[in-house]
Each structure stands twice: as C-alpha cells, then as structure tokens.
Write a protein that binds this ligand. Structure first.
Ligand code: CDP
Ligand code: MG
Length: 833
C-alpha cells in the first residue's frame, strides 16, 4: 500500500508542478485585466508594427482617439430623444442632487463612504457618474472602474440597467463578470462584478494595475468577502495613491467604515420613501380573521370542476384557520414573549403556523387591498418553493389568471428575473416570494405590500465542534426596517410582520458580520495565495476579527487536505486550489479527476454539489421521489454516484428530445440539470485555461470505473468522514467531533437497512436540531487509506499520524492493524534515507 500511496502523491505533484509553471499567464484572470486600449485587431497591428521606442507614442494616440470617440457617442445619446427621456428619469433619483458633491469628494479623497436609502440610486447612478465624468474629461479610454456586488444576480441586473440607461448594449462601455460568466468588450470601462471576482483578480494582479476606481457596494451587509476585500484594499491604498475607493452602504452605520479608513469623508444621500404602516401579528390576526371571503362567495366563483373539487379543502381549511387564530391570539395575549431578552425569541415558533399565516395575509391583500405588488420575505429557497406550490391556484387568492406568482432568489433564470422588475398589466397582482436578497440589493419599484416572516437563513459556525450550521434565525432590527422600507417606493405602503411586536423589540440591532459566523477555509487559502503573510496576523486587521479557534480550525483543515504544509506555506496543490472558483474540497476532487483520468463523472459530482440538488422532493410525493432516486443509486450506497447516473441519463434523454419527460418521471429538476450542464462546461473551459487539461477526451480513460469515482469523492471530501456500525434495527453513524450523527432523509443511504461498508464520506455536515449529513458515499478501508488526507508522498507521515488518530478513535481493528504495519514500514524507510 505504501507504494501505491506514494504513487498517488507523486503523480499529483508531478502533474501540478508541471502545469503551474505558466501560472502567471492564467488566461481567465488575465482576461479580467481589461484592455488598456491596445488590443483591438487594427489598433494592435498599428501598435505592433511600430518600432519599440515609438510604441508608447502610438498607444497614447490610439487612447486619445478612443476617448474622443467615447465622448462623441455619449453626447449623441444625451441629445437623442430616448436619451433625454432617460436623463429625466435619472435626474429624479435622490442621488442626482449629490452628483457634484460626490464627484468632488472622490477626486479630493482617496476613500469616500456613501450611504443612502435603498433605491436612491447608489448602485446604478454613482458608478455611472464617475464614468460620465471621465468620458466628458476625455479620459474615457483610460479610466477603469470596478464596482463589486455581493451577489451574482445583482451584478448582472445592475449592469444591464446601467447599459440601458446609457443607450448601449451590455459589453460596450458597461459590462459584468460573475463566477464563470461575463459580458464585456474592448471598450468596457465600468465593470460590475461579484466581490469574489475582484478577489480572484487580486491573485494575479496584486496592485490592480490600470484600475482607477474601486467601488465596494452593500458593505453594510458585512459579508465575508467584502470584509476581506476591505482589509486587502486598506493595505493596497498607500501603494496606489491614485486609486480611488468608494464604499457604499444602505443603512446608517457609515461611521464604522469611515473610521476603519482613518476618518474617510462620508456623504449621505437623503432619500425619499413614502410612509409605510407596520402591522404586527396581533393586528394581522384580527384583520385577516374577519375579512376572509365567505364560503358561499367562493362557491359562486366558478363552475369550474377544479373549484368544486377544492370546496372540501376550503371548508376544512376554514375551520383550521379559525382555530389557529384563536391559538395564536391567545399566545400573543398571554405575553409568552419576554421582550427583555433575546433568548425569549426561541419560545415563539412561527413555523407551526408560518405558511398558513403567509397564505392568510396574501389572501387578505388580494381580496381586500388596493392594487400594488406584494413582496414576501421568506427564509430560503425550499420555503419559497413549497409556499409557491401551495399558492398556485389557491382558491382564496381569487382568479388565478389575475395573480402573477414569482420567486426571487440567488440562482433564478434570467427570464424570470425580468418578470420581477416589470410592472404587470393593470388588474394583475404581482406576488414575489423572495429571500433576503430583495432586502437591499435589488429594487422592485411597484411594491406596495411587504410581508416579512421575520427570519432569514443564516449560516453560523460552531467553532468548538467545528460544525457549520444553517438555521433560519431572527433578523435584526436593521433588516426589519429595511424590509419594511421596500413597500414605500411609489406610494404609501403596508408592511405585515408575521411576529408580535414584542418579538421585534427583542431583535438585535445589527446582524453579526459573516466573518465571525462561517468556516474560514476558503478565505485562509486566499490569504495564503495572495501572499498576505501569516493568516492570523492578517485576520487580526479586520474590522472585527474572527475567533482564534475558528482560524485554527481552518488552518488545520487546509493542512489535512494538503493545501498548506506544516509551516503554513501554500503547497502546489494549495496553489492550484486557490485558482479554482469552488470550495477547496471540490477543487481537490476536480484535480484528482484530471490526474486519474476520470474527469467526466467527477465534473458532474462537483457541478451537482456546487449547484443545488437536482433531485426534487415534493412534500406530498416524497415516497415516490425517494424511490425514484433510489433507482439511480442501484444499491451502491452513494448519493454522488446516483447524481452521476441521473445526470448521464438526462443527457441521453436530451439527445432523444425527451429530457422533460425524463425529469418528470424521475423527479428531477430540468432547470438544475441544465445549470449543472453549463457549470460543467465552464469548469472545463477554466481547466483548459489554467493549463491543467489539454482536451476533455484526454482525461477520461477511466471515467467508467465507479470504484475510482468513489475513491476520488473520498479524496475530496476527507476528513468529512464518519464510521458506520450496523445495528440490528438501525445504523449508527459517528464522526470524530460530534459523536452520533444522522442522514438527511433524501440520502439514498438513509433508506438502507444496512450499509456494508465501514465508512461514509459526506459532503456537508449541518447542525439543525441534531447534526445531519448531506450527500454521502460509502467507502472501504483501503480507499480511506489511499485517498483520505493529503495524499502527497512527502506528507505521508503526517497523514498516517492523523489517520491513526481516526482509527484509534473509531477502533476499527482491521484498519488499525494495517495502519500499524504501514507506519512501521514507513519509519524504516525514513530511517534508511
Ligand atoms: O443602490 P440603490 O439601492 O441606492 O439604488 P439603485 O439600485 O441604484 O436603484 C435606483 C433606481 O433605479 C431604483 O429606484 C429603480 O427605480 C431603478 N432601477 C430600475 O428601474 N431597474 C433596475 N434593474 C434597477 C434599478
Ligand atoms: Mg444598491
């Protein structure tokens, strides 16, 4: 086994070091570098045909010409009738009044903090003001403005909007770039990108050469990437005195950022919103109780068969609603919630009546309220989907053709996005079910009613047990205010908070920064690959530093997988992982897939794990859906292999034009499979770019070997591993940190009475009420030995030490014996050397 182990390691290292010599030329990053004006075919020839000493003169001339062209084009648009109409619209935004002050502040100061109500025009206007001013001053071709957004969808939507406001197509002077996707051209001078993209660019371009302005948007959210970027930029500013940094924030904690940057000037854009009335649970229950449409009116509504069939359900639901109301009112009246402590929030559990409440409020709005769109804040994608299912053709909402039910979340299709922003025809009620991303980063203008469930899915991190948690938790007062504000964009609005007022009083003022509540592995890897020195020293420079234990856990993890060596230096593997825009574990899987020539299935696994689960589990057909999934697993105890088979089957079906039927029959999401398909393509493109892969064909000799795929999944997921002990009636699973753990019921392994393997590797471990594992694959002892850990020849000793720890902990006798003899063999080898 030692021979094999070291071959795995050597192969990997040989492969990686060969390829990483051309790392400085990484094309995907280089393409971000933006053109400095000398790469159009003609201009390029012009430039290259010159003798070297004359080139700079030619370049300057070309740039000047282009700047003038841009100015002419801008002036033409401003004078055109559409351009004037647009200008009128833009001038009505509150940001316009501050235009001159903003531009002056930016030219006089290196850092400026801008705050203002959501919708006042920060994101769409401010970067545009800078661009316009640069173009007017005939610096169009040399300015280079980057504006970061925390989310893909806002980067794309905003870029599209700004391009339209300038009378252009995307990819002219305005473009966007998000992970694995983008649209920009030779003349793109204002680029909207996700914060992650800018961080990635810093990898190859540490001084942001050629960039004139960096605008970091939505900093009040205190996302991890934004906080991280601010540390890096703070460090960079003294070395790039001409670079301008603008921070934009919605709520009013601007002072915090200003003082982080040594008292940078703050500019506040006074906004306008119409008054919004708050309704807390107490009044909502009253309001909806008496205004429900009487049953006989619904009966008159249609002769349609469907309605008749639903009569029974309605009657049932009405009784249920009545009793719910009583209960909730009682609870509220009895003041179970002690407003004095935040702990008291846990005794109010809206989930028990949550969906019903949303239904009820929506019915109330649709039947009794004035026209206007409704924005519903929900906790997550799952809730959105199940509520959407329940609401489709809901009898109490009225005529289904008059209701436009939409969902809004991070990864929706762009056709759906457009519908969200568009005003529907008169008489049609638009209802948008959204996650908290609709809180600040996108603005839907015609919203008059907001329904706020009071919670948001928040990642948190339990450093002591080294376990990430994803729980719906109460939002902060700042968030609740923000949500409410969304109702007053065009006229006075109403906000329905689905919790009692005293619960609101107990909310925290602001949410904890993400840096303090997530695992830090990817971040630490980035710190190392940006050569920012010691991880702990670097993180101590953050606005609020994470706990030392969290940092240590992340470093330990990176050492375990072989991304960092003992001295915390980046290994070749680590360097390559930092180039791939996925979590380290998925990156490692991809690299193993390349090295072992079975890239195809591995790409599917990685695409599946970084998109969302394509296996649908509808509430009411859970059994059917589970058995459909089980068919794909063919009793080989692997969710990952089931995923590969489902995907391959779909590809076949697509070729025969029956993709949709296939999805329908097998409870698969065609949309997610398509997203996976494009992710796979993009990964492949990237791998070619980096130089890890020459051609797809060359990496697939072993793609049909499922044992190998299993092993590679283990190679990526380790140390995400738990031991399996089959008991008479159940299976007991244990990880080192948590003791007993459970499987999510949609795992194929959750249905098995016995699992004839000693280990399960898992993709994710989440603490909900117990600790649950998501997506697992059963593996044998030898696979753990060969693929678990750093699998680098050099680090073998450390790896075995750690494995030894695992083995002793789980006391697997056969494996422990192998381990002891391996260790002996290794010691001998080391001493001989
Ligand atoms: O960033 P901030 O919240 O301050 O506002 P913004 O995103 O720049 O939006 C300013 C205004 O542009 C909004 O009030 C919308 O009226 C409009 N807008 C739009 O109509 N369509 C978009 N896709 C984005 C913004
Ligand atoms: Mg904005």
């Amino acid at each position: 086994p030692y021979g094999l182990q070291s071959r795995v390691g050597d192969l990997l290292e040989a492969h990686l070091s060969k390829k990483s010599t051309n790392k400085e030329n990484l094309a995907h990053n280089a393409s971000l570098r933006g053109s400095n004006g000398n790469n159009s075919p003609n201009d390029k020839e012009l430039y290259e045909n010159e003798k070297p000493f004359a080139r700079s003169v030619v370049a300057e001339r070309i740039l000047k010409r282009r700047s003038l062209e841009m100015r002419n084009k801008q002036e033409d648009w401003e004078e055109s009738p559409e351009g004037q109409k647009m200008r009128e619209l833009r001038r009505n935004l509150p940001a316009y009044k501050e235009r001159e002050a903003l531009l002056r502040a930016i030219s006089e100061n290196q850092v400026v903090v801008v705050s203002g109500e959501t919708g006042c025009g920060k994101t769409t206007q401010l970067p545009q003001y800078i661009l316009e001013a640069e173009i007017e001053a005939a610096h169009g071709a040399t300015c280079n403005i980057i504006c970061t957004q925390p989310r893909r969808i806002s980067a794309m939507a905003v870029a599209e909007r700004v391009a339209a406001e300038r009378g252009e197509n995307l990819g002219e002077s305005v473009g966007y770039k998000v992970r694995l996707e983008g649209m920009r051209g030779r003349d793109t001078r204002l680029l909207f990108c996700t914060t992650g993209i800018l961080l990635r660019r810093l990898l190859v371009d540490r001084k942001l050469e050629g960039v004139t302005h960096v605008i970091v948007d939505e900093i009040h959210e205190r996302g991890m990437n934004e906080d991280f970027l601010l540390i890096v930029l703070k460090d960079l500013l003294p070395r790039r005195p001409e670079l301008r940094l603008i921070l934009m924030s919605a709520t009013l904690n601007a002072e915090l950022f200003s003082s982080y940057f040594g008292g940078a000037p703050m500019i506040h854009i006074p906004g306008f919103t119409y008054p919004v009335r708050s309704h807390f649970l107490e009044n909502i229950l009253e309001m909806t109780r008496y205004r429900l449409t009487p049953y006989n009116q619904i009966d008159n509504y249609g002769q349609d068969k469907m309605w008749k069939m639903q009569k029974q359900t309605i009657r049932k639901r009405k009784t249920q609603i009545a009793s719910d109301v009583e209960e909730a009112l009682e609870a509220a009246d009895f003041g179970q919630y002690n407003p004095l402590t935040r702990d008291s929030l846990s005794c109010w559990n809206p989930d028990s009546i949550g969906f019903n409440l949303i239904e009820r409020v929506l019915c109330h709005i649709c039947r009794n309220e004035r026209p206007g769109a409704v924005l519903v804040f929900m906790t997550g994608w799952d809730d959105i989907n199940s509520v959407k299912d329940q609401l489709q053709a809901h009898p109490l909402l009225g005529d289904p053709s008059r209701v436009l039910l939409l969902s809004c979340h991070g990864s929706m299709a762009s056709a759906e996005q457009k519908l969200i922003f568009d005003k529907p025809e008169d008489g049609i009620r638009k209802i948008v079910l959204a996650t908290n991303m609709a809180e600040t980063s996108i603005t839907i203008n015609d919203v008059v009613f907001v329904v706020d469930c009071g919670k948001a899915k928040e990642t948190s991190y339990d450093a002591i047990n080294n376990t990430p948690c994803l729980l719906p938790s109460w939002i902060s007062k700042a968030s609740a205010r923000q949500r409410k504000g969304r109702a007053g964009r065009v006229q006075p609005g109403e906000c329905y908070h689905l919790y009692p007022r005293c619960v609101y009083e107990a909310f925290a003022d602001y949410q904890l920064p993400e840096l303090l509540r997530t695992p830090l592995q990817s971040l630490c890897l980035q710190i190392k690959s940006l050569q920012l020195g010691s991880i702990s020293d670097f993180l101590s420079k953050a606005m609020q530093s994470p706990e030392p234990l969290s940092v240590q856990n992340a470093i330990d993890y990176l050492k375990t997988i072989g991304a960092l060596d003992e001295k915390e230096n980046l290994t070749v593997l680590g360097h390559n992982l930092s180039m791939l825009p996925v979590e380290p574990k998925l990156g490692k899987m991809i690299i193993l897939g390349v090295v072992f020539n079975c890239l195809d299935p591995v790409l599917t696994v990685v695409a599946g794990l970084s998109a969302r689960d394509p296996f649908l589990m509808p509430f009411d057909k859970k059994d059917l859906a589970e058995s459909a999934k089980a068919q794909f697993s063919a009793r080989d105890f692997s969710d990952h292999l089931a995923l590969v088979r489902a995907y391959d089957g779909w590809k076949d079906a697509e070729r025969q034009q029956s993709g949709y039927e296939y999805c329908w029959k097998n409870f698969l999401s065609a949309q997610t499979l398509k997203a996976m398909d494009s992710l796979r393509k993009q990964f492949l493109y990237l791998l070619k770019d980096i130089g890890l892969v020459d051609s797809f064909q060359s990496c697939n000799a072993w793609s049909n070997d499922e044992h190998l795929v299993r092993a590679i999944v283990c190679g990526g997921l380790f140390p995400g591993i738990c031991s399996v002990v089959n008991k008479e009636k159940s299976i007991s699973l244990k990880t080192m940190e948590d003791g007993g753990v459970l499987l999510y019921s949609n795992s194929v392994n959750a249905q098995e009475p016995q699992i004839p393997y000693p280990w399960l590797v898992f993709n994710e471990k989440v603490k909900v009420n117990a600790v649950f594992l998501r997506d697992s694959t059963a593996i044998s002892d030898s696979v753990v030995l060969l693929f678990g850990g750093s699998i680098s020849g050099k680090a073998l000793d450390g790896h075995l030490m750690m494995l030894g720890g695992y083995l002793e902990f789980f006391m697997s006798p056969s494996l422990a014996n192998t381990y002891v003899s391996l260790k002996r063999e290794l010691n001998e080898l080391v001493h001989k050397k």
